[in-house]
Design a protein around this ligand. Sequence first.
Ligand SMILES: Cc1ncc(COP(=O)(O)O)c(C=O)c1O
Length: 477
Amino acid sequence: MTVTRYKQLAQTLRRQIEAQVWLPTEKLPSLRESSRQSGLSLMTVLQAYQLLESQGVIVSRPQSGYYVAACETPREIPQLLHAAEKIDVNDAIFDILKAGQDPDIVPFGSAFPDPTLFPQPGLARALASAVRRMSPHSAIANLPPGNEELRRNIAQRYAQQGIDVTPDEIVITSGAMESLGLSLQVVTQPGDWVAIESPAFYGVLQAIERRKLKAVAIPMDTQHGIDLQALKQAIATYPIKACWLMSNFQNPLGSTLAEEKKQQLVEILQENEVALIEDDVYAELYFNGERPVPLKMSSYRQQILHCSSFSKCLAPGFRVGWVAAGAYASRIQRLQLMSTLSASVPIQLALADFLHQGGYDAHLKRLRRQLELRQTAMRNMIIKSFPVGTTVSQPKGGYFLWVNLGENIDATKIYQLALGQGISVAPGTMFAVDDRYRHCLRLNTSFEWNTRAEKALLTLASLVHSEKSRKKQSSTL
Ligand SMILES: Cc1ncc(COP(=O)(O)O)c(C=O)c1O
């Protein structure tokens, strides 16, 4: 889908004004001149000028023409990412992830759920049986879009929620990471603009860097999620091709959008013809009895690429995900054929078999209960042991807590000190290209709450206390 022509022209002019091609109070080309240069009709140019006028970027003077407003303030846009800045973020992320791989380290910084929470024996049986039953032709039969039974199973789960997704629009991938990457590739060209969340899952920043895209980061509220006014402003200012976000249990904040906000968000995207990549990998991990609905459940669903996987809720190591790609399904399949070819066949068969046997919902029920108990235990201890002024999120699902240590505490320093004591944490700098979350930490709550975990959390708390006292002392000197 393309942005309407007059909006494209308005965005081009706005960018030129920001870049000072046209200075405040300077006269813009006349409608006729602009129409000749752009090849657009006079009416389209007039609409573009009127749009900029309504945004206060330019003013019209009767009998004279259009002028740049005296004081244009386009720099209200929250945050821009530039390719050079992103490279640093990726380096840091790589080091932090590597540190978290050591089994002797307490994995509060990990993105993976506790592997002991999953039905390993049942999955092993399903896998052994899948390998035995595999026909010589199954590699061909399960090429993109992927195993039919598995796709039907996934479609049935959408249907149970009242979401109209057919098996034909589902493409099975190697985890959500592949489905998100393919989705980004299908809706953008290098150099395009994408709207993302701030803070965002670091996989978003990496994928954007790989695809050589530009991004506008939209501020998030820990409780209420994305700032819709900022999103509107970003869309009015930049030629945004796609938006990549999480409406349920956002990583790292844990926020879930209210139903009404979900609707408003879809309306904004629909009105501006912006495609949506919806990352919904934590949606099955809800605590309050009802699966939160995705944005995919809307009249805009053909333009929504709904990405998820079994990595967080059933089989972390299997690397099976999918995208319900709407209008983009066949293009996603082609891209997959050109890159990874397909997800592993025996693993797809095993998951299809496991889901068919039943028992998935009973497992999910147990998993949600465990995750909720563990989150409560860790959260209570943070409240008791961290310095006054610390705030901690309270997500109603997933397995992350977002801890704000207070503006003057450097969480990257805490991360380094903690690592020295055998504890990993995910510092806020992993979730943005600049250091605006320098004072925040993301903690993984999925692991067993035992003496080792308690001790590690108390150590972390004492590191923060010491850092706070040190800061206090140095500010009074
Ligand atoms: C928000 C988010 N999206 C996507 C992924 C990747 O999922 P998968 O492991 O299925 O590739 C992760 C994994 O940490 C994640 O946190």
